[in-house]
Design a protein around this ligand. Structure first.
Ligand code: DQA
Length: 144
């Protein structure tokens, strides 16, 4: 069975409480449940990492090709700042799909730039569905 790592970046553990007008009312657990349900339907296995620490995310990306077939990542604020996460994504040879709950291009200007755009593609602005669409994109790529 193909394996996908889902990475949630900083402050996403606060979903549900955090700016619900922007990010919605779903908790991270609720989002993960939806991802698990889709993964089960599509017969892939998923693991989850939520981290507020850049180095931990870099380590997880770097070690993922040994364990996973693809990554779906919401780098959260690190999207806009982290050369280290960008370089980690560029360094590995498994597909990486970048997702965002909000449409980062309709928000403050500092969010318009993604350094993680080294990923294969990006899905932004569809709330929880960004993760589900991101997982479908990853599955499509690894099943080819
Ligand atoms: C986010 C968008 C980022 O700009 C922000 O820092 C986040 C969440 C999103 O999912 O919409 O923490 O990645």
């Amino acid at each position: 069975m193909k394996k996908v790592l889902i990475i949630h970046g900083p402050n996403l553990g606060l979903l549900g409480l955090r700016e619900p007008d922007i990010y919605g009312n779903f908790s991270l657990d609720a989002i993960n449940e939806k991802i698990k349900k889709l993964a089960k339907e599509k017969k892939v296995s998923v693991d989850f990492l939520q981290s507020n620490h850049e180095g931990e995310i870099v380590d997880a990306i770097g070690s993922s090709p040994k364990k996973y077939d693809a990554i779906v990542i919401n780098p959260a604020a690190y999207t806009h700042t982290s050369v280290a996460i960008r370089d980690a994504v560029a360094a590995i040879d498994i597909p990486v799909v970048e997702v965002h709950l909000s449409n980062i291009y309709r928000r403050e200007e500092f969010r318009h730039k993604s350094l993680v755009a080294a990923a294969m593609g990006q899905i932004s602005g569809f709330g929880v569905n960004s993760y589900l669409l991101g997982l479908l994109a990853a599955i499509e790529i690894i099943n080819k």
